[in-house]
Design a protein around this ligand. Structure first.
Ligand SMILES: O=C(O)COP(=O)(O)O
Ligand SMILES: [Mg+2]
Length: 224
C-alpha cells in the first residue's frame, strides 16, 4: 500500500526530521538554573516538547506537562526571554538529523515532490538549524509556530501551506511524530504518516490514527 496523487509533503521538524531535545533541554535547564529553580533530565523534558517554546517554558516552570494556571506572568516572561536567547545562540550543538533523513529527503525531491516544514518551533530558529545540518536547500517553504495565529493541532498551518503551495489537501501528506501533527491533519482531512521514534508525550503514535506508521524515515520511500 502507498499514497497516490501526492505532490507536496509537509514535515514536522522536532522529533520527525531532527532530534533537538538535547539542545532544548540544555536551554531549559540554563533558564531554570538562572532562575534558581529545580532542573530536569532530558528524558523528562522530552515529554514537554511539541507545543512550541512558550508551552515548553510554562511546563518547565510548572515542573510537569500540566501547566500551573497560577504561573506568575512576570516570571514567565523573564523565563521565556532567557530560554529564547540562550537557545537562539545554541541551536545546533547536540541536535542532529535522524538516520536516513537527508538521503530520503533528496530522493523524494528527485521524484518530484515539493517539501515543506510545518513546525510549532519559533520561525526564526528553523532556517539556522536547517542550514547547520545542511538541509536548507531541500525545502520549498516553512512555517513556524509563530507564523500564523494558530499552531498545530489546529489545521490552520496545514491549510495555509496547501494554499501557499497551490495544492489541495488531498495532494498533501503530513509526516509527524506527535499527536499535534496527526490531529492537525485529521482536523482538515489530510492523510498522514506517524513516526514512532520521536516525542509524543510517552504515548504510542498509533493512537492518533495515522494513515501509515513508520519506524525509520527511509520507509517513506516505499510510501511515496
Ligand atoms: O517546538 C516544539 O515544541 C515542537 O516542534 P515540532 O512542531 O517541530 O515538533
Ligand atoms: Mg514534533
Amino acid at each position: 500500500m502507498k499514497f497516490t496523487n501526492k505532490e507536496v509533503i509537509l514535515f514536522d521538524l522536532d522529533g520527525t526530521l531532527i532530534d533537538s531535545v538535547p539542545d532544548l533541554a540544555t536551554a531549559v535547564n540554563h533558564m531554570l538554573n538562572a532562575l534558581h529553580r529545580e532542573t530536569f533530565s532530558e528524558d523528562t523534558i522530552r515529554y514537554w516538547v511539541g507545543n512550541g517554546a512558550q508551552v515548553l517554558v510554562k511546563r518547565a516552570l510548572s515542573g510537569q506537562t500540566e501547566i500551573d494556571e497560577k504561573l506568575d506572568p512576570t516570571l514567565f516572561e523573564k523565563a521565556l526571554d532567557i530560554f529564547l536567547t540562550f537557545y537562539g545562540e545554541n541551536l545546533c550543538i547536540d541536535t542532529a538529523a535522524y538516520p536516513n533523513v537527508s538521503t530520503t529527503l533528496h530522493t523524494l525531491k528527485e521524484k518530484g515532490y515539493r517539501l515543506v516544514i510545518v513546525t510549532n518551533k519559533p520561525f526564526d530558529f528553523v532556517g539556522p538549524i536547517l542550514e547547520a545540518l545542511g538541509l536548507d536547500g531541500v525545502f520549498d517553504f516553512w512555517l513556524g509556530g509563530d507564523s500564523l495565529e494558530k499552531k498545530k493541532p489546529d489545521p490552520l498551518p496545514l491549510l495555509h501551506a496547501c494554499e501557499h503551495m497551490n495544492v489541495s489537501i488531498s495532494q498533501c501528506v503530513m509526516v509527524g511524530d506527535s499527536r499535534n501533527d496527526l490531529l492537525a491533519a485529521k482536523n482538515c482531512g489530510m492523510q498522514s504518516v506517524g513516526v514512532t521514534y520521536g516525542y509524543n508525550y510517552g504515548e504510542e503514535i498509533g493512537i492518533y490514527d495515522p494513515t501509515f506508521i513508520i519506524d525509520d524515515f527511509s520507509e517513506l520511500n516505499a510510501l511515496l
